[in-house]
Design a protein around this ligand. Structure first.
Ligand SMILES: [Zn+2]
Length: 65
């Protein structure tokens, strides 16, 4: 069970619980139903970031439903 933070369905960024839109991409498609918290600090050097198409440093959900 994830915390009540909200993951973005578009970019997988994990936002604060009271977020209305994703602070990274501006999408309003946020969900509490996510799993696997990763912090990416250097997207250019990260295989996970490449797999997830992440280009900005930040915290992300591995799985978003
Ligand atoms: Zn987003």
């Amino acid at each position: 069970m994830a915390e009540d933070r909200l993951a973005c369905r578009e970019c997988h960024h994990v936002n604060d619980p009271d977020a209305q839109t994703c602070e990274h991409c501006g999408s309003s498609s946020l969900t509490e139903d996510w799993a696997g918290y990763v912090i990416i600090t250097q997207p250019e050097d990260s295989e996970i970031a490449a797999e997830m198409n992440v280009t900005k440093a930040g915290s992300y959900a591995l799985k978003v439903r």
